[in-house]
Design a binder for this molecule. Structure first.
Ligand SMILES: [Zn+2]
Ligand SMILES: [Zn+2]
Length: 118
């Protein structure tokens, strides 16, 4: 979401002026008044239920979510930690490291054949 400082309209996306035969103009304009004075609005979502947050709310949309949210967040964290210690994740990380170091883009199969399979 964007906001125009001149006409105070809100809009989904700014528009760019395209001129034929010229390199694209990368300037963003307000679709209502043609102003370049626009700002991107950061829309935050509730960490618990995923609803868009209304003005002023941070992290959670309601008191119900505030009381439920941290527990849910904790559960997600635990799941992530478990996932990170799984063998598949470990191998995926090794492949990513190997690719970075050797400037390659090996898939899982290629990596196993090359590095583990000998
Ligand atoms: Zn405007
Ligand atoms: Zn919520």
């Amino acid at each position: 979401m964007y906001y125009c400082l001149d006409c105070e309209e809100k809009f989904e996306r700014p528009y760019r002026k395209a001129a034929k035969g010229k390199p694209a103009d990368k300037t963003d304009y307000c679709p209502y008044c043609d102003s370049k004075n626009i700002e991107e609005l950061v829309v935050e979502y509730c960490r618990c239920c995923g609803r868009k947050l209304k003005n002023g709310n941070r992290r959670y949309c309601s008191s119900v979510c505030i009381s439920r949210g941290p527990k849910m967040y904790e559960r997600q964290e635990k799941r992530l930690i478990k996932l990170r210690s799984s063998p598949i994740y470990q191998i995926a990380r090794k492949i990513a490291e190997y690719n970075k170091k050797n400037n390659t883009d090996l898939s899982y199969g290629q990596y196993v054949a090359l590095v583990c399979g000998g």
